[in-house]
Design a protein around this ligand. Structure first.
Ligand code: SF4
Length: 325
């Protein structure tokens, strides 16, 4: 993929949340939710972000959209530094950058009909006549597979899969170029998951979209992503082309995650790697490699020094001291 096709460039992103304590609610520490994360997303590409719950992947997505204010780093979208945008310019940029939530039910106002839910983002970002609104609503509802008569119904009258179609339609009606899809299928039955994933892929082709696809499900990420990043304790520990990372996982954490996926072929030679202990507290991250407490290959150096990120093959990056040798 050429450099010129980069749509989103994230460099050294940090997002910390203050911990308040004492009677005067003083800041007594910080949760390091995202720590020095860098990656790029190209035009019409899907970048999958994977990791256990609490690893910082959702905070990364929300920080990019500036729904959460990042603590540091640079985010450039289509050549524009998002950090330097004032409120109004950011609002205008937002129509190009949308979010699809995990739980469509809580993100859809239960008192609004589907038609009103779909009109709302258009009213926020454009000045359109009622006729133009109707036209756009009809277009997007058709694109996500909703029938015109369903537009007058309320969210509770739909199944989970249909509600996610409404949520996707709402995100896409402003014709964005980039969508953060945060666990968009994890609340759905497996049979419905495939339909929604296929819908997202069809819409990507049709609308020339780029996705940041956040999920804890490695099979889902493999199905939809061109490239993938593995996060652990707020850091990106490995990233690369999806098939390269899945065939040649190099970071011990990626190896452990992938070893837990059920075999696709029963004759496959695969041994599950069990990780001891829990993910450390992000308010008090360990010194050295963030994974050293649980890593089956931990060495002395891992306990004191943070590993540098190395490119082990074109586009395949890994942060691990095993590569220092
Ligand atoms: Fe394991 Fe050390 Fe590599 Fe960290 S740097 S993943 S502790 S081998």
């Amino acid at each position: 993929m050429s450099e010129s096709s980069v749509l989103l460039d994230v460099q050294h992103l940090k997002t910390y949340f203050p911990i308040k304590g004492g009677v005067v609610r003083k800041t007594v520490g910080y949760v390091h939710a995202v720590e020095d994360v860098s990656f790029q997303i190209h035009e019409q590409e899907t970048f999958g972000l994977v990791g256990e719950s609490g690893c910082g992947k959702s905070t990364t997505g929300r920080s990019i959209l500036r729904l959460i204010e990042p603590t540091g780093g640079a985010i450039t979208f289509d050549g524009v530094d998002l950090h330097n945008l004032d409120k109004e310019s950011l609002r205008q940029k937002r129509r190009d950058m949308q979010l699809v939530f995990q739980d469509p039910y809580s993100s859809l106002n239960p008192r609004m009909t589907v038609r009103r839910l779909l009109e709302e983002p258009l009213r926020t970002h454009f000045s359109l006549s009622q006729e133009e609104l109707d036209e756009q609503v009809l277009w997007i509802s058709g694109a996500v597979g909703l029938a015109p008569e369903q537009l007058e119904r309320y969210p509770h009258q739909f199944s989970g899969g249909q509600r996610q179609r409404i949520s996707i339609a709402r995100a896409l009606i402003t014709k964005p170029r980039f969508v953060v899809a945060d666990e968009p299928v994890s609340a759905l039955d497996v049979s419905i998951q495939a339909q929604i994933l296929n819908l997202l892929m069809e819409l990507q082709q049709e609308l020339k979209l780029s996705y940041l696809f956040i999920s804890h499900d490695l099979n889902v990420v493999r199905h939809i992503s061109n490239r993938v990043g593995i996060m652990y304790l707020g850091r990106m520990v490995e990233q690369g082309e999806t098939e390269e990372v899945y065939r040649n996982p190099t970071h011990p954490y990626t190896q452990a995650l992938l070893s837990a996926i059920p075999k696709r072929d029963p004759s496959e030679d695969k041994v599950r790697i069990h990780l001891d202990g829990d993910v450390p507290n992000p308010a008090d991250p360990p010194k050295g490699c963030p994974f050293h407490d649980r890593c089956p290959k931990c060495m002395e150096v891992c306990k004191s020094e943070l590993p540098v990120t190395r490119e082990i093959s074109p586009g395949h990056f890994v942060s691990c001291h095993l590569l220092d040798k």
